[in-house]
Design a protein around this ligand. Structure first.
Ligand code: SF4
Length: 351
């Protein structure tokens, strides 16, 4: 039985994270943040794909200055990712970011931390503490504890700094490139704090392997009720991260976005080019945000029956196919016209 971990609610712009709020999907631009046009263009593509929060790397003053223009031009909340330099954090808050990713323990002097925290409080800007298993502080690296424990200890050091400054709009991530370490680290921290958790497996790799690692890591945690927002890290166009994020959440029935698409694996009974047909069908309905199931099956003997729970489906036969609605065949169409005819029928019934 699915039971979500109880977490505090924070707000990143208009997106609520934690509590019973939907688990949000986020991504990160791979443009040069100083290039306002390129960055805004990429954010627009990502928001059209459903991305709900976007993070930008802020490496220097020029990037922090560009943030001011970027936040005005996009619909989704922008998070500034900053390492060490508290002045960039202050500049980004002043320039309208919705949240920061910065580890307070890396800022240095207490008075600098206080400046960031005070300005974040005034502007209702949450801070994500982001622990990466590959770049722990030296003091933790030397300990013989398992990596997942050291990651939690490191996160708690940063949490304490914020709490000592009377700040609790905190979100935590504990990413490792090792899936089991990531899972164990999040399980551990989920027991000791109630701050919302941002899930991710870092440096997950290119699209195929990366999606598998993220699905296993994030999927395991989400199924246990752990996680309030997710980012799938891929060495790819970030649009793929957004698609993968929603696919993971949809597979666990945690979000509804777009159609549910199913297709059979094909076997010797299949009489049409089902692999191509399935891909083209999925693409045709990629932007249809309806709570329906569409099935593409390889044969008329088993297809409509196996997919009778589908709202609409195609079952291939020899050089032709059958269109079915809730398991009932409604039309027989030559293979060449099958997809066009199917699209017409689906849209006419949805009107
Ligand atoms: Fe084989 Fe037909 Fe099942 Fe597809 S639906 S796997 S073609 S039996």
């Amino acid at each position: 039985m699915y039971k979500r971990r109880k977490s505090k609610v924070i707000e990143i712009g208009n997106i609520k994270i934690g509590g019973d709020n939907p688990i949000s999907v986020q991504s990160m631009c791979n443009t040069d943040t100083r290039d306002v046009n390129a960055t805004v263009r990429q954010i627009e593509e990502l928001q059209d794909a459903g991305c709900e929060i976007i993070r930008l790397a802020v490496l220097n003053k020029d990037a922090a200055a560009a943030v001011k223009e970027i936040v005005k031009k996009v619909r989704i909340p922008v998070v500034a990712d900053i390492h060490f330099d508290y002045r960039l954090a202050l500049q980004c808050i002043e320039n309208g970011v919705a949240a920061l990713r910065i580890n307070p323990g890396n800022i240095g002097r207490d008075e600098f931390v206080k400046k960031v925290v005070d300005l974040a409080k005034i502007n209702n800007v949450p801070i994500r503490i982001g622990i990466n298993g590959g770049s722990l502080e030296k003091s933790f690296e030397q300990s013989s504890d398992p990596l997942c424990k050291k990651m939690v200890q490191s996160a708690m050091r940063h949490v304490k700094i914020l709490e000592d400054n009377d700040f609790d709009k905190i979100k935590i991530s504990l990413k490792s490139s090792d899936v089991m370490t990531t899972i164990e680290a999040y399980r551990e921290i989920a027991k000791i704090v109630d701050y919302p958790l941002h899930l991710g497996v870092t440096e997950a790799g290119t699209i195929k392997g990366g999606i598998i690692k993220s699905s296993v890591g994030l999927g395991t945690l989400l199924a246990e009720g752990i996680g309030d927002t997710i980012r799938v890290s891929l060495t790819e166009n970030p649009i793929e991260e957004v698609h993968a994020g929603f696919a993971i959440l949809k597979s666990l029935n945690l979000r509804k976005k777009g159609i549910n698409f199913i297709s059979c694996p094909t076997c010797g009974r299949c009489g049409i080019d089902l692999i191509s047909l399935a891909k083209r069908t999925e693409e045709k309905f990629a932007n249809l945000d309806k709570d329906i199931t569409i099935a593409v099956m390889g044969c008329p003997v088993n297809g409509p029956g196996e997919a009778k729970h589908a709202d609409f489906g195609i079952a291939g036969a020899n050089g032709e196919g059958y269109i079915f609605i809730k398991g009932e065949i409604v039309k027989r169409v030559p293979e060449t016209d099958l997809l066009d005819e199917f699209v017409k029928i689906v849209y006419s019934k949805l009107q």
